[in-house]
Design a protein around this ligand. Structure first.
Ligand code: AHR
Length: 711
C-alpha cells in the first residue's frame, strides 16, 4: 500500500488527516541504500492554481532583528569602541571607566558627570561643561610627566581587531582647557607589547568641543591585545564620543560590511525590530523607547552644522539582555529606528516595528509592571505608537515628519504593520491592545491619510500551544487585527511532526499568522532539516501564514544570551549556520503560487530506535513570477531517495534545464562553527529537464530544483 501526500491547499481535508499520523512519532528508518520507486507528480495547469488562489505571501520570509547576543552594539553596528561616551553604568566592571585603560607612567584619567568627577574621588569639580545636555559624561586626561600618556580602549567582546590595509575612521569630540596651552594629541593603534600598527596626530585643539577626525590604515591584521590609544604630551584634554569605524561599511550604512552582506543574501521580505523581550524591558528603564533611538529628535550643532537626532543626543539604553560585568549590555542606539527604516528601504523589506504594550516582561522582570489604563505612562505608550507612524509617514509639516526630514529623509518611509507587544498572554495585555487599536481608530478618523490603512499584529504568548491572541480575534471580530504573532522554540522532532500545523487552521478566522519567532533549538543539521521540512508547510499554507522569521538572528563568539542563532560573528569574521542556509535557499526561491503536487510515498517503516521524522520526504512546489517552477525537497533520512518527477501541463519547450541547489550534511549532528564555518553550505549545479526525470534527493539534505523558464 502507498501513501499519497498532496501538496496543495484545496486538498486540506486529506492532508489534515495525515496530520494525526504525524503526531504519533513513528519514524522512517534510514538505510544506506538508495530508496526508489517514489514519484512526485506536478500539475502546472494555471487554472488550478489561479482558481485555488493559493498565493504565497511575497514577504513570507523575513528577519527578526533584536539586540540580543550583542547583535547591534559590538556586532552589526560598525562602531568598534565600547563605552565610547563613558556612559556605561553599574552593570559594567569599573562602570563609567569600563573598557578603558591608562597608558604612560603618570597620567590622571577622570570621568565626569556634568562637572562632578566620578571616582577617583579626590579629583576636584571642574568648570568644563559636557558635550551637550543629553550626554553628560566625558573624560579628562591630565599629563603629569614622562613622554606621551593617555588612555586606550579595548573594544567589544574579544577585543578590538583590524585588518591590514583597510581604512578606519577615528573621530572624537575633544577640547583643551585653554587653546593656548592645548596639548598635541597622538592616536595610535598599538598592542600590549607596544607594537604600533597605525598612527596619527592632532593639533590646535580648541577650548570648545569640536569633532576631530582622521583615517588610520593598519599595517597588519591584528586580532589580539589591540588598543586604540589617545595620548597627549602636555597639559590636559577633555574627550567624548570617541569612535573607530571601518570607512567601508555595508552600502554606506552604519552596518558592518560583511554582516550586511549576510543579511542582504537572505532577501528579507520584512524586518521585525527591535524585539523581542528588548521591547518589553525588565524594568521601566529597560523598556525600549523608539524616540530615544532617534535622539528624541533633538537638534545639536556639530562643528557649525545643525544635526537632528544625532548619535551624540541619543541616550544610552540599558538592555534587558544583561550580559556580564566584562561584557555588559548597554546600547548606544547607533542603530535605531531611523536606521531601521533606512535598512528596510535599502532591502525593499516591509518594516515590522514592535512596540511596548504598556507593561514589562512577565518572564524576565523581577517585578512585573503593568501601566494602569489611565496612567500617564500608558497614555504616553499609546502616544508613542501614534508618533511612530507620524515619524515614518508624516509630511515634513508634521512634528515627527519634520524630525525625519531633518535627519535626512524628506520622503516618508513605507510603513504598514505595527505589532503591539511581544510575548504577551495576560488579560491586561488584551485590554491594552484594544486601547491601542481604538486610539488608532480615532486617529484614522481625524487623519485618514496617516492612519487609515495600518495593520495590527497581536501577541499570542510564548509557546506553540498558546492561543490567546486567536481567542481575542474571535472575541472581537470587529476590531481590526491583521496578524497573530505566534512564537515557538521546539526540538527538531516537533517541527518534523507538525509540518501540517497550518493545514487545518481556519481560513476565515479573521486574521492571518505572523510566525514572529521560531527555531528547532539547535544549529546542527537535524534542526536545519526540521526547519526546512516545516517551511514547506509554511509555504503551502502561505495563504494564511503571511510572515515568518527565525529567531534569534545573531550570535557572537564571546557573550551569548541565547543559542542557537542564525548568523554567528566575531570581530573580523561572520558565518552562517546550517539553519541560515535553509532560510536563504527558501527566501531566494520564493514562488508566487503553490502548484498542485502529489508525492507518492511508501508506507513508513516503523522504528523505535531512531526518531528523526515521520516522513521519508517533505516537499512543496511553486511557480515564480517569471514562470520558473520551484521544487523544494527535504530528505531527513540517511539514505538517498530517488524521486521520479512527472511534469504535467507544462510546455517543456520552455523548461529545458533546472538549477539545483543542495544543502547536505554528512551527519545529523554536523554544524558550521568558527573553526569550520563553511562545512555545510549549498552547492549549485545544472541538470537537464524532461517531462519525466529522476532526481536523487541525497540523504540529510535540503534541495531546491528550479526549472528555468525561457521564452
Ligand atoms: O528570540 C529571543 C527571545 O525569545 C525574544 O526576545 C523573546 O521574544 C523570546 O522569548
Amino acid at each position: 500500500m502507498r501513501l499519497k501526500l498532496f501538496s496543495t491547499c484545496f486538498l486540506l481535508a486529506f492532508v489534515a488527516g495525515c496530520g494525526s499520523r504525524d503526531e504519533n512519532r513513528n519514524v522512517i528508518v534510514p538505510t544506506a541504500d538508495e530508496k526508489r520507486g517514489i514519484s512526485l507528480r506536478i500539475d502546472a495547469d494555471p487554472t488550478l492554481y489561479k482558481e485555488a488562489s493559493n498565493d504565497i505571501s511575497d514577504i513570507l520570509y523575513g528577519i527578526f532583528l533584536e539586540d540580543i547576543n550583542h547583535a547591534l552594539d559590538g556586532g552589526m553596528y560598525a562602531e568598534l569602541f565600547k563605552n565610547r561616551s563613558f556612559e556605561f553604568g553599574k552593570d559594567a566592571d569599573r562602570a563609567n571607566y569600563h573598557g578603558w585603560i591608562v597608558s604612560g607612567e603618570d597620567i590622571d584619567f577622570t570621568v565626569f558627570h556634568d562637572n562632578e568627577p566620578i571616582d577617583p574621588v579626590d579629583t576636584p569639580i571642574v568648570n568644563a561643561s559636557p558635550l551637550n545636555p543629553y550626554n553628560l559624561h566625558y573624560a579628562r586626561i591630565t599629563f603629569k610627566s614622562g613622554s606621551w600618556a593617555g588612555i586606550g580602549n579595548r573594544g567589544f567582546l574579544k577585543g578590538l581587531a583590524v585588518e591590514a590595509g583597510n581604512e578606519y575612521r577615528f573621530s572624537a569630540f575633544l577640547k583643551a582647557p585653554e587653546t593656548a596651552s592645548a596639548p598635541n594629541v597622538r592616536i595610535q593603534l598599538r598592542n600590549t607589547n607596544g607594537d604600533v600598527f597605525a598612527e596619527m596626530f592632532l593639533g590646535g585643539i580648541s577650548d570648545e568641543w569640536q569633532m576631530y577626525e582622521g583615517i588610520l590604515i593598519p599595517t597588519e591584521t591584528v586580532t589580539e591585545n589591540l588598543r586604540l590609544f589617545i595620548e597627549i604630551d602636555s597639559g590636559a584634554l577633555y574627550m567624548d564620543m570617541i569612535s573607530l569605524k571601518p570607512v567601508e561599511t555595508f552600502k554606506g550604512t552604519v552596518i558592518r560590511k560583511d554582516i550586511g552582506e549576510y543579511l542582504e543574501a537572505l532577501k528579507p521580505g520584512f524586518i521585525r525590530f527591535p524585539g523581542g523581550c528588548v521591547v518589553e524591558g525588565r524594568c521601566l528603564e529597560t523598556i525600549y523607547n523608539w524616540k530615544d533611538s532617534i535622539g528624541n529628535g533633538r537638534r545639536v550643532i556639530i562643528n557649525g552644522k545643525e544635526k537632528t537626532g544625532d548619535i551624540t543626543v541619543r541616550p544610552q539604553g540599558s538592555s534587558i539582555w544583561r550580559g556580564s560585568g566584562s561584557d555588559p549590555y548597554y546600547t548606544t542606539h547607533g542603530f535605531g529606528f531611523y536606521e531601521f527604516f533606512l535598512l528596510c528601504e535599502l532591502f525593499g523589506s516591509e518594516p515590522v516595528p514592535v512596540l511596548n504594550a504598556g507593561m514589562t516582561c512577565e518572564i524576565q522582570s523581577p517585578k512585573y509592571i503593568v501601566f494602569g489604563m489611565d496612567s500617564d505612562e500608558f497614555k504616553q505608550a499609546v502616544q508613542d505608537a501614534l508618533d511612530l507612524v507620524e515619524f515614518a509617514r508624516g509630511d515634513p509639516d508634521t512634528y515627527w515628519g519634520k524630525v525625519r526630514a531633518d535627519m535626512g529623509h524628506e520622503e516618508p518611509f513605507h510603513l504598514r504593520y505595527i505589532a503591539i507587544g511581544n510575548e504577551q498572554w495576560q488579560r491586561e495585555y488584551f485590554a491594552h491592545y484594544r486601547a491601542f487599536v481604538e486610539a488608532f481608530d480615532r486617529a484614522a478618523l481625524e487623519k485618514p491619510e496617516l492612519f487609515a490603512d495600518l495593520e495590527f499584529i497581536i501577541a499570542n504568548g510564548a509557546i506553540s500551544r498558546d492561543r490567546m491572541g486567536w481567542h481575542h480575534v474571535s472575541d472581537y471580530p470587529d476590531q481590526w487585527t491583521t496578524l497573530v504573532d505566534e512564537h515557538y522554540y521546539e526540538p527538531p522532532e516537533w517541527f518534523f511532526a507538525n509540518t501540517t500545523r497550518y493545514d487545518s487552521y481556519k481560513r476565515n478566522a479573521g486574521a492571518g499568522v505572523f510566525l514572529g519567532e521560531y527555531a528547532a533549538k539547535s544549529n546542527t543539521m537535524v534542526a536545519a532539516l526540521a526547519e526546512a521540512a516545516y517551511m514547506t508547510g509554511l509555504e503551502r499554507n502561505s495563504d494564511i501564514v503571511r510572515l515568518a522569521s527565525y529567531a534569534p538572528l545573531f550570535g557572537n563568539s564571546r557573550s551569548t544570551q541565547w543559542t542557537p542563532n542564525l548568523i554567528w560573528f566575531c570581530q573580523l569574521t561572520v558565518h552562517g549556520s546550517v539553519n541560515y542556509y535553509v532560510q536563504k535557499m527558501f527566501s531566494q526561491n520564493l514562488g508566487v503560487s503553490i502548484l498542485k503536487s502529489e508525492l507518492d510515498l511508501p508506507e513508513p517503516e516503523i522504528s523505535n530506535s531512531l526518531e528523526i521524522a515521520p516522513r521519508l520526504l517533505y516537499e512543496t512546489v511553486s511557480i515564480a513570477e517569471n514562470g520558473d517552477v520551484i521544487i523544494k525537497l527535504v530528505n531527513p533520512g540517511e539514505a538517498d531517495v530517488a524521486v521520479d518527477i512527472k511534469l504535467e501541463n507544462l510546455d517543456l519547450n520552455n523548461y529545458l534545464e533546472a538549477v539545483v541547489t543542495v544543502l547536505q550534511g554528512e551527519a545529523l549532528t554536523h554544524a558550521n562553527n568558527f573553526v569550520t564555518p563553511d562545512k555545510i553550505t549549498p552547492v549549485t549545479s545544472n541538470i537537464d529537464v524532461t517531462q519525466e526525470f529522476t532526481y536523487v534527493v541525497p540523504g540529510f539534505s535540503v534541495n531546491v530544483v528550479r526549472l528555468k523558464y525561457r521564452n
